[in-house]
Design a protein around this ligand. Structure first.
Ligand SMILES: [Zn+2]
Length: 223
């Protein structure tokens, strides 16, 4: 359930039944000519909503801003914020959710440049240390590396995932049909050859299932 769409009594019931909050994180970042700029947060939010359907809990509005983006490589339309801002925002949201009474907080980042991921993980670990609240920070690929998805950028996997989640936000016709023409700002297996909604569906289902299992363990206070 989306936090912003809940009435007070619904939030109170959720805190009783399943005190879990999901923070989907992303970026407004160039993702090739074929994926929308907000891909990472849109992907993270959709996955969080599916996991929350299985575990209960609330999904916060996605954070659409990240640091260490394609901006530094000169790609347009990318709006980047500083690492200090990312850290401060994560800390403030964790503090707010803790004071509300949430026991488990999952920060799922669809934007996983190493510095961005490290910043979020650092805040999450530090915040949870010695406290009752459990904070789990991850990039979505981390639970399915054995299935071949180890993160890419607007390539086979991210393209497939958005094709599955939001086909209306993918336009493959924007990419050159000439396979020898290099793609702009795409890192990983060529999406023109390897991406499909089916690949996206399978990997999203695996991510959702595995995340839900782990969140249930965290709710039961298992290691
Ligand atoms: Zn991405």
């Amino acid at each position: 359930m989306k936090y912003e769409e809940l009435l007070p009594h619904q939030i109170e019931e959720m805190l009783e039944q399943a005190p879990v909050a999901y923070i989907p994180w992303g970026a407004l970042e160039w993702h090739g000519r074929h994926l929308v700029i907000g891909n990472d947060a849109i992907k993270a939010a959709a996955i969080c909503e599916r996991v929350a359907d299985r575990t209960g809990g609330v999904v916060l509005p996605p954070v659409y801003f990240g640091n260490r983006t394609m901006k530094r490589k000169g790609f347009r339309h990318t709006l980047e914020i500083r690492e200090a801002t990312v850290r401060a925002m994560a800390y403030d949201l964790l503090r707010g959710l803790e004071s509300e009474g949430f026991k488990v907080v999952v920060i799922l980042t669809g934007h996983y440049g190493s510095r961005h991921l490290a910043a979020l993980k650092g805040v999450g670990e530090k915040f949870g240390k010695g406290k009752e609240i459990r904070v789990w920070t991850l990039a979505e690929y981390e639970v399915v590396t054995d299935l071949g998805y180890t993160g890419d950028h607007a390539a086979k996997w991210e393209t497939s995932i958005l094709m599955h989640l939001r086909p209306d936000l993918v336009d493959m016709e924007q990419l050159s049909a000439d396979p020898d023409e290099p793609l702009e700002g795409v890192h990983g297996d060529d999406p023109r050859k390897h991406a499909s909604p089916e690949v996206g569906r399978e990997i999203v289902e695996a991510i959702v299932e595995r995340m839900a299992k782990r969140v249930k363990e965290l709710m039961n206070n298992e290691q």
